[in-house]
Design a protein around this ligand. Structure first.
Ligand code: FES
Ligand code: FES
Length: 212
C-alpha cells in the first residue's frame, strides 16, 4: 500500500481531530527527525510528551521560573513560550543531550554532582542548560557573574549557594578539561569552590546565606 504523503496525513489528522496539524523537521540532541504535531503545541510539550525527553521540566508555564530552559541553536530559551512549529531547521539540546556519547557528564552536570547543587531536582535541568550556555560564553566567571547568570532561574528549595558554587566549579572543570589552570580570575571564589569540591559540600543547604 502506498505511504501517504505528509500533506495527506495532515489533512486526515485535521478532519479526524478538528485541529490543524503541522510537520516540523528539527534536530533534538543531535538526532534530526520530522514530527507531526497539533499546530499549537509548545516546544516543552513536544519535547516531553511527543518525543519523551522528560528531563526538561515544566513549572510556571509562563516564562518565569526557567525550569523548562533548553538550548536552541546553543542559546537558552524558555521552551514553554515557543511554538514547536517554529523549530523548523533548528537544533534543540535538552539536559539529556549534554552528556557525552561515552557517558561523560557535561562539566555543569559534574559540577552539580560535586557541589551538591540540587535538592529535589525539579529546577535542575533548567539551571544546567542555562549555566552550560553561560560557561561556553564565559569560561572564567567571577562570583558576581555566576550569580547574575542564574538570576532568571528559580529554585523552590533555595539552594542558591550550592548552585552558585556549581557555576564556578563547572568553569573549573571546563578549564581543567581544556588543560588550563583550574584557578580562575576570581581566585577567592575559585578557592571556595575547590574547597567545596574537597569537602564534598558548600554552605548548609537552606541555612543562613542560602538565598540568592
Ligand atoms: S515552565 Fe517555562 S519558564 Fe517556567
Ligand atoms: S532543587 Fe528543588 S526546586 Fe530547585
Amino acid at each position: 500500500m502506498p505511504t501517504k504523503n505528509i500533506e495527506d496525513q495532515l489533512a486526515e489528522l485535521q478532519s479526524e481531530t478538528g485541529e490543524q496539524h503541522v510537520a516540523v523537521t528539527f534536530t533534538l540532541n543531535e538526532v534530526t527527525q520530522t514530527v507531526v504535531l497539533p499546530s499549537r503545541t509548545l516546544v516543552s510539550d513536544a519535547i516531553r510528551h511527543h518525543l519523551r525527553k522528560t528531563g526538561t521540566h515544566v513549572g510556571c508555564e509562563h516564562g518565569v521560573c526557567g525550569a523548562c530552559t533548553v538550548l536552541l541553536d546553543g542559546k537558552p530559551i524558555r521552551s514553554c513560550l515557543m511554538l514547536a512549529a517554529s523549530l523548523e531547521g533548528r537544533s534543540v539540546t535538552t539536559v539529556e543531550g549534554l552528556v557525552e556519547p561515552d557517558g561523560t557528564l557535561h562539566p555543569v552536570q559534574q559540577a552539580f554532582k560535586d557541589c551538591h547543587g540540587l535538592q529535589c531536582g525539579f529546577c535542575t535541568p533548567g539551571f544546567v542548560t542555562t549555566i552550560a550556555a553561560f560557561i561556553k560564553e564565559n569560561p572564567n566567571p567571577t562570583r558576581a557573574e555566576a550569580t547574575e547568570a542564574i538570576a532568571g532561574n528559580l529554585c523552590r528549595c533555595t539552594g542558591y549557594q550550592n548552585i552558585k558554587a556549581s557555576v564556578l566549579r563547572a568553569a573549573e572543570i571546563t578549564r581543567e578539561r581544556a588543560g588550563e589552570s583550574p584557578l580562575g580570575q576570581d581566585d577567592e571564589s575559585s578557592r571556595a569552590s575547590l574547597d567545596a569540591k574537597v569537602r564534598g559540600t558548600t554552605n548548609p543547604v537552606g541555612g543562613r546565606g542560602s538565598k540568592l
